[in-house]
Design a binder for this molecule. Structure first.
Ligand SMILES: [Zn+2]
Length: 309
């Protein structure tokens, strides 16, 4: 029990009458300033408007549940596995463990990415999120510049602060062919943007954009992987392989990280496995020395369960 000194520090008259009234007024004023109404409610974020737009448009596309995702993460917590973001997977070889690189290409819903990264954080698992400059969420192209969406910096910081690695989902062919921008200069500016918000970037992962499907995979922009020195589209020639991966500022390209098992949920369907249970089966069958790259698009995850009436 706390005992006040015999000679009270707070004289009695302060605790009564007009002094008390003044103190209460001051309290009310402070409560107004600090907006106590927001206590207990979700924090207002700089990307609130963007989140509303993107979620209204894309959240309903999810086909897998977070419970299913947690099943996968629980399996990956087995000591047999060592789960790493891709820039760590690239340099990690261990014949006594199964090395797993978790790759997330964020094609249209970075808010599902944020949910996913927070779940991974709870499981102590880290992955790599590849962010796409040509996606609706990034912003709009005006002239030769990408005008970024409001709150994008805060969103990317929040994603990074979960402990995830951030990479570039490379769509340089779209930038070059559709927007008529020098892709190497654009890439340089993108990396400068991430540097300005203190997010290190080590790697890129080619995006399967419409233009890429009609021409060549996006990784052919790098001299390391280009089959030819140019590509034609609607009668015009565009250069390829003018710079190497390293010259573009990257240590790795996700498709070229050494692996012997590749699992992907592209298009909302599991490839090389029968559904989520098939993926779990493949993981259980894997043996030390295996190297597994798992590509999951956050937008296919977090399906809301239909409540039965
Ligand atoms: Zn993609």
């Amino acid at each position: 029990m706390i005992r006040f000194p015999s000679s009270p520090i707070i004289p009695e008259k302060i605790l009564s009458g007009r002094y008390l009234k003044s103190a209460l007024t001051l309290c009310l004023l402070l409560m107004t300033i600090f907006d106590v109404n927001s206590v207990g409610k979700s924090k207002t974020t700089p990307y609130r408007d963007l989140e509303k737009t993107i979620r209204e448009k894309y959240d309903s596309r999810a086909v897998f549940t977070w419970d299913q995702y947690k099943e996968l993460l629980k399996e990956l917590k087995d000591p047999k596995f060592r789960v790493l973001p891709l820039h760590e997977m690239a340099d990690t070889y261990d014949s006594t463990r199964v090395i797993v690189g978790l790759r997330h290409d964020v094609d249209f819903n970075p808010f599902k990415a944020l949910e996913m990264a927070r779940i991974e954080h709870l499981y102590g698992i880290r992955a790599t999120y590849f962010l796409l400059a040509t996606a609706e969420y990034s912003g709009v192209f005006m002239g030769s510049k990408l005008v970024r969406s409001k709150g994008l910096k805060a969103l990317y910081r929040d994603l990074y602060e979960t402990g995830a690695e951030i990479g570039i989902h490379n769509d340089m062919l779209t930038v070059m062919i559709l927007y008529d921008i020098d892709p190497y200069k654009f890439n340089h500016d993108e990396l400068a943007f991430y540097n300005s918000i203190r997010i290190p970037v080590y790697g890129s992962a080619a995006h399967g954009s419409e233009i890429a499907k009609k021409t060549v995979p996006n990784f052919q922009i790098f001299s390391d992987f280009s089959a030819k020195d140019s590509v034609s589209y609607l009668g015009r020639k565009y250069p390829l392989g003018k710079q190497s991966l390293k010259e573009c500022g990257y240590q790795y390209e996700a498709y070229f990280i050494k692996h012997n098992i590749y699992l992907s949920d592209s298009g909302g369907k599991w490839h090389n496995a029968e559904g989520v249970s098939g993926v779990l089966q493949r993981l259980r069958e894997s043996v030390p020395g295996d190297r597994i790259e798992i590509l999951m698009h956050p937008e296919w995850w977090g399906k809301t369960e239909q409540k039965t009436p």
